[in-house]
Design a protein around this ligand. Structure first.
Ligand SMILES: [Zn+2]
Ligand SMILES: [Zn+2]
Length: 428
């Protein structure tokens, strides 16, 4: 059966690459993944799955494949499908030139700078492979295509939690979830971490309010700009107020003002993200950030309103699930290519699925890299270098896509047959 899965995965290669190029050229922002979802649903229907559910929490799609043999287990394979407001400078001939003119805060150039085009195409390929052997599958496979992983517009709901609330995994309930994320790591390598693979995250919005006046007479109003500057500078001290052994970042990536060169505006809004490797630090970092913003603003005669939005829990890979999954991961990519990695302060709301149902989330290397003596990825001479996700030059090599298809298919099969599972008491 394992050989059959590999042969079927190889047979999907051309189609998976073609899907990936199409998706890459036609990226859609979070909660706007209409055409992407239509492509996915059309493919799942063409495979004759038992059910193809669409429109879940926006543009979520869930395919249900019931195996032909009796089995009590259900595996959920998850891929995120949304793109980012980032210009595409990846250099490929299938680079995106898409602009979303209507998105809140836009217009934005749109690209798959996080590689979700790869995730979507790989899971579509895995659906082909598993549907092809359905008579030999003991149990059920859910193909979960999730929108809005990168965070919907702030006044909209969406993403993994919204999918669960809409019953995406209610019938049948998964006994394991598996997913992967493409990453700047040597091609074909799988990185895993016991514990938190990805960090806890929240979006932070700080609205600093002053009093609008003429740019030539700041004393007649209250300028919120220096207060915002004071907050930005002060954030650097928060790191020193939590244990240096617990990684934390607070990044303000977007500043929005309503002034003009000769107008001191009423407000400055800071948009950022808070990440904590240890979830229990989040409340304390939020409290300190709010105190900093409110009191700094007060020092300038302004006020600050601080909101924390879109909380995402860390992705937790339990020791028991890692131990259960390692033999399959090693068999699929080769023993030497499965490596333990450090934690990351990236987030992924796949945590809503993995932490709830159990399972594993791993990283798949897709770049021209090798590992140095300390196990860190370094560029290969003559290659395209190491480029992080969300960078406009982020790239993923097409040759790695079949590996993702094989990982999905083998992890699913191993779970359904009982070779990859943990007792329920060990899951937490
Ligand atoms: Zn991302
Ligand atoms: Zn991502």
């Amino acid at each position: 059966m394992r050989g059959a899965l590999d042969r079927a995965a190889e047979a999907t290669a051309g189609q998976v690459v073609a899907w990936r190029h199409h998706l890459h050229r036609n990226p859609e922002l979070s909660n706007r993944e209409e055409k992407t979802a239509a492509l996915v649903a059309g493919h799942l229907r063409s495979l004759g799955l038992d059910e193809v559910r669409t429109g879940i929490a926006g543009h979520g799609v869930v395919g249900v494949l019931r195996g032909g043999r009796p089995g009590a287990r259900t595996v959920a394979l998850r891929a995120d499908i949304d793109a980012l407001p980032v210009k595409d400078l990846c250099g490929a001939d299938f680079a995106s030139e898409t602009v979303d003119a209507d998105y809140p805060g836009g217009p934005f150039p749109v690209s798959h700078a996080c590689g979700h085009d790869c995730h979507t195409a790989m899971l579509m390929g895995a659906a082909s492979v598993l549907a092809g052997v359905r008579e030999r599958l003991p149990g059920t496979v859910l193909f979960v295509f999730q929108p809005a992983e990168e965070g919907p517009p702030v006044d909209e709901d969406g993403g993994a939690r919204a999918m669960l609330a809409a019953g995406a995994c209610a019938d049948p309930v998964p006994s394991m979830v598996f997913g992967l994320h493409v990453t700047p790591y040597p091609k074909g390598y799988v990185g895993y971490r016991i514990g938190n693979q990805y960090a806890a995250s929240t979006l932070v919005r700080i609205v600093v309010t002053g009093h609008q006046t003429h740019g030539s007479t700041p004393w007649q109003g209250i300028d919120p700009m220096p207060a915002a500057g004071g907050i930005l500078t002060g954030i650097g001290q928060i790191y020193r107020q939590v244990s240096a052994f617990d990684p934390v970042t607070v990044s303000i990536g977007h500043v929005e003002d309503v002034g003009r060169f000769n107008i001191i505006g009423q407000t400055v809004t800071l948009w950022g993200t808070v990440r904590c490797a240890v979830e229990s630090d989040m409340a304390e970092v939020q409290r300190r950030l709010a105190v900093l913003a409110e009191h700094t603003a007060a020092a300038y005669g302004a006020t600050a309103a601080v909101d924390f939005l879109q909380p995402v829990p860390p992705v937790h890979n339990s020791a028991a699930w890692v131990a259960a999954g390692l033999p399959t991961l090693r068999r699929v990519v080769g023993e030497e290519r499965v490596v333990e990695t450090g934690g990351t302060l990236g987030y992924d709301d796949v945590s809503e699925f993995v932490n709830r149902f159990g399972g594993l989330y791993v990283m798949l290397g897709v770049q021209d890299a090798t590992l140095d003596a300390a196990g860190r990825p370094v560029p290969v001479p003559g290659g395209r270098g190491l480029v992080t996700n969300h960078n406009p030059r982020f790239y993923a090599d097409d040759d790695t896509l079949v590996t993702g298809v094989r990982l999905h298919a083998h992890m699913a099969y191993a779970h359904l047959t009982g070779a990859l599972t943990v007792g329920s008491a060990e899951v937490a």
